[in-house]
Design a binder for this molecule. Sequence first.
Ligand code: ADP
Ligand code: MG
Length: 340
Amino acid sequence: MHTPLANIGEFGFIDRIKKQATRKNSSTIKGIGDDAAVLGYEPNEKVLVSTDMLVEKIHFDLSYMPLKHLGYKAVAVNVSDIAAMNGIPQQITVSLAISNRFSVEALDELYAGIFAACEAYQVDLVGGDTTSSAAGLVISITVIGKAALDKIVYRHMAQPTDILCVTGDLGGAYLGLTLLEREKREFLENPDMQPDIDRFASLIRRQLKPEARLDIIHELAELGIIPTAMIDISDGLASEVLHLCKESGLGAVLFEDKLPIDKETYNVAIEEFKISPTTCALNGGEDYELLFTIKQADFEKIKNHEDISTIGYMQKDTAINLVSRNNQVLPLTAQGWKHF
Ligand code: ADP
Ligand code: MG
């Protein structure tokens, strides 16, 4: 089916969305349907706001990104920014610029992904804007979250000797993208070929359906841990470590053998692309894991956590170094570990 958007019109389209936007959070007083949404936060809650814009051909490629995944990812990356402040997301607004090649069915797919993420992260879709675009698709999402003032975690508060921690594993999303781009290239050269991506499903999933680590934010609260500093890993671990260090006025030491790299990431990096798994972990983007620092005194509480790795420590000396497996000390740079 390819129903032109003009058939139902902008108001018809907004009506469809409004029907599906159910309220989950008491901070949502009025959602879609008036000139503005109305939100109400408790006196002890601070309000966090963050926006991300995704532009077709720049941030995503619809030839391998299904619209449903795009909708989910666009919400997840916003939720990740609230998680990185140690906050809980509450509402989103979604603004779209769409060209006339998008049908009602295509937009339904996009919103199916958006609503799936709203469910997964318990956020309310409370508004947005819809406009036309001459060419590509643009999605801008604003997320609103909450946190008590004394629980908010900034990038600049890390202290010397704090332990650097990272959630999940790294480098998978980058390899997922590299695999998808390889398949696309091969398909363009030979349209009869069958895509060979099933055996890489888990890495491709890391690229197409990343998850914000809101689960870790809840777990840290249960463990009684407030990180001293935190950032989400969108541009690669190395770049985010440099941000934390710069903002905190400190340096850091990381250990190569502590970097969390999944077995499949490791194998695909070496066997399919002949690149270093460490480089993927340090410089591959879009993992949306969390990088944070904790006081030494909190180490006991997380040392057995399956999904948190301790990868190094902060230091007063502003040098930022990586200690390799064979004990070489190499300066960490955002472009990658030149040595490889
Ligand atoms: P206005 O002309 O006042 O900007 P609109 O007709 O654009 O109002 O929007 C009507 C309602 O629908 C508002 O509540 C708005 O937030 C919501 N809305 C518009 N576009 C979207 C969208 N793409 N996704 C979610 N809500 C939307
Ligand atoms: Mg409007």
